[in-house]
Ligand binder design. Structure first.
Ligand SMILES: *Cc1c(COP(=O)(O)O)cnc(C)c1O
Length: 486
């Protein structure tokens, strides 16, 4: 067995599992230079990363359970040398793929603070003031999203969990025991998690309608009205519409006001999946586009996208807070009494009991930077996307299929006379060659008519004008090379 000093710890540092405060500082000290080096290197690292790691994973899978302790340094070494480089470079400035993640270091400070103090924030009574910080962060989000004071919410692990709790809440509020007849409506462009959440919430698979979209990839309200009428005529119970404030594929914002009006008229619960786009409600210029969002019954948003936090941070807002509570409340004789309505009591509003103090990440980030910095950063990402889309749409061979509604645009590369297959192949080749240059990482998607689109999504706080110019330059040069080839 290793003597304690081999762990970099003296016997005084380590009584049972308790690392002394001095040793803790030393361990953090071992980590810091490596983190600093990693953060400094971000702009230079290949933007896509290298995930060719099957052999490495097979080797790793053989690791036996450790019987004796090892030194922290010994574990950090392969983490930074072998494992971390085998990833998409999600925190890098060139990450324009999928919906970019962030990784604000303010949130990392919050994790250190929350983890090292480890108080229990699952129930209000165990840490009332800490839970109130979380409630405040939610209240500020509600304010910025145009939700009323009376709204309640929940901080989740991500948008998928937020959408799930929204569907459960709507199901309880609108269907009760009539689960079998309940019908949910969304668009063909909705995120995968909408169908998945519906299934988890007990909505039958043949009761989920994925409606067609218009030329701008927005849900067609006429198709929605028809589908609702047809289902009612068939004796079913339409109960919920899940619209998108920014789809993952092309960044389309559904006609939220029209959908909201139809929902009001038909007594349907209107939930908006704003995991990608809701944050842009912070930007005054984009508020008209998102107008109906503030009047929805519920809204999912993702602080790990639009507020640049590290992964693991989602949020749900529900206009009628009592409905959220009714769907999730519960008590047991071994627990303290639930908090009065006036206070946030996480276990009464969500599926978890024990949970991390995730609210501190958002709260601390908002406190350290202030709303103005987030608003400015979001406006900048939007402006960068608009400028890049303008530049890209003038390139020979590029057809802009979806100009930016928020900060995402999608396009194809085509030559005159190309059929669908040729265009798709050309567009894939464009992505591959641009990604191979290592300055930006772009991904694509296939839309309903079979077109494969290349897409650019600007949402990382580290993406600035210089990187977007590199993106446009790489697209220009690669597109020209590919078109010159035949
Ligand atoms: C990312 C995303 C989701 C899923 O959220 P997670 O945080 O990945 O669970 C849902 N809807 C949209 C539109 C998204 O962009």
């Amino acid at each position: 067995m290793n003597a304690p000093h081999e762990l970099g710890l003296t016997p005084d540092d380590l009584a049972d599992l308790d690392i002394s405060p001095q040793a803790f500082e030393r361990l953090v000290g071992q980590l810091m230079p490596r983190l600093q080096e990693q953060l400094r290197a971000l702009p230079e690292l290949p933007a896509q990363g290298d995930v060719d790691a099957e052999e490495l994973c097979r080797e790793l899978a053989q690791d036996p359970a450790p019987e004796h302790g090892r030194a922290f340094e010994e574990l950090l070494e392969p983490y930074f040398r072998d494992w971390l480089p085998r990833t998409f470079l999600t925190p890098g400035p060139g990450y324009l793929a999928f919906i970019p993640g962030g990784g604000l270091l303010s949130s990392v400070l919050a994790d250190l603070l929350a983890g090292a103090t480890n108080r229990y924030t699952g129930v209000w009574q165990a840490a009332p003031a800490l839970v109130q910080l979380e409630a405040n962060a939610l209240r500020w989000l509600a304010e910025w999203m145009g939700f009323p004071e009376s709204a309640r919410g929940l901080l989740t692990t991500g948008g998928s969990q937020a959408n799930f709790s929204a569907i459960v809440t709507a199901r309880e509020a609108r269907l009760g025991e009539h689960l079998r007849e309940g019908v949910l409506y969304t668009s063909s462009q909705a995120h995968l998690c909408v169908s998945k959440s519906a299934q988890l919430a007990g909505v039958l698979p043949d009761r989920v309608r994925r409606l067609p979209v218009d030329a701008h990839f927005r849900m067609r309200t006429d198709a929605l009205a028809e589908a609702v009428a047809a289902d009612r005529a068939a004796g079913l119970r339409p109960f919920m519409v899940v619209s998108s404030a920014g789809t993952t594929n092309t960044g389309a914002v559904d006609p939220l006001e029209e959908i909201g009006a139809l929902c009001a008229e038909q007594s349907l619960w209107h939930h908006v999946d704003g995991a990608y786009g809701a944050c842009f409600h912070m930007v005054p210029e984009l508020r008209p586009l998102l107008a109906g969002m503030s009047r929805a019954d519920s809204l999912a948003l993702d602080p790990h996208k639009g507020f640049f936090l590290p992964y693991g941070n989602g949020a749900l807002l529900v206009r009628d807070g009592a409905a959220l509570r009714a769907a999730h409340a519960g008590t047991a004789s071994y627990l303290p009494d639930p908090a009065a309505e006036e206070f946030m009591d996480p276990a009464q509003y969500g599926p978890e009991l024990s949970r991390d103090f995730r609210g501190l990440r958002l709260w601390l980030s908002l406190q350290l930077f202030g709303a103005e910095r987030f608003r400015a950063a979001l406006a900048e990402k939007r402006a960068l996307a608009v400028q890049a889309a303008d530049d890209v749409s003038t390139l020979p061979g590029i057809e802009m299929v979806a100009p930016p509604q928020l900060s995402l645009f999608a396009f194809q590369l085509a030559a005159p006379g190309d059929d669908l297959e040729r265009r798709n192949a050309r567009t894939r080749a464009l992505l591959q060659a641009v990604n191979a240059r290592g300055r930006v990482f772009l991904t694509g998607c296939t839309v309903d008519d079979g077109r494969f689109l290349a897409r650019v999504c600007v949402l990382s706080f580290r993406t600035r004008a210089e990187r977007m110019r590199a993106c446009v330059d790489d697209l220009r040069e690669v597109a020209a090379e590919l078109l010159a080839r035949d």
